[in-house]
Design a protein around this ligand. Structure first.
Ligand SMILES: [Zn+2]
Length: 144
């Protein structure tokens, strides 16, 4: 995973969901974003895959929904659409195939763009998306 390439791919043609580009508005360079799944307890971006879920390496909190929260943040802050490589970088997942499975597992719509195949994250924001329980069982399914 080449994070420099990923960051470069995010410099232009971003469309954050809802139309507010906070990074531009607050003049925050994209390279200053710290990627990683945020722990709901200690707020550090150190959640990693562990025992069919995500575990914080700092405080050992488990959260089977950490990837959803992270993708929702991405959708609002960076772009409504995400590639597998961008998702792997932003969530700091160990393998590209696990990242691919994760996005497929969420049944996100796939969109062919000039940048290649992207996943539309907007269903994560709407109320008819999976419940937290459904997300957890889908995640457990993935690690079998
Ligand atoms: Zn933590």
């Amino acid at each position: 995973m080449d994070s420099k390439m990923i960051i470069n791919s995010l410099r232009e043609n971003r469309k954050p969901y809802g139309g507010n580009d906070l990074l531009t508005e607050f003049d925050i360079p994209i390279e200053e974003l710290v990627p990683g799944m945020i722990c709901p307890t200690c707020q550090t971006p150190t959640m990693k895959e562990k025992f069919n879920s995500w575990m914080c390496e700092q405080c050992y909190t488990f959260d089977g929904n950490a990837h959803i929260d992270t993708l929702v943040d991405y959708c609002f802050i960076i772009d409504q659409y995400i590639s597998v490589a961008q998702a792997q970088w932003f969530m700091q997942i160990s393998s590209i195939s696990l990242t691919h499975q994760l996005l497929t597992n969420l049944k996100l719509p796939q969109v062919e763009t000039e940048k290649g195949l992207m996943y539309d994250l907007s269903p994560l924001i709407t109320s008819n998306f999976m419940t937290k329980k459904e997300v957890k069982s889908a995640l457990a399914e993935l690690f079998k």
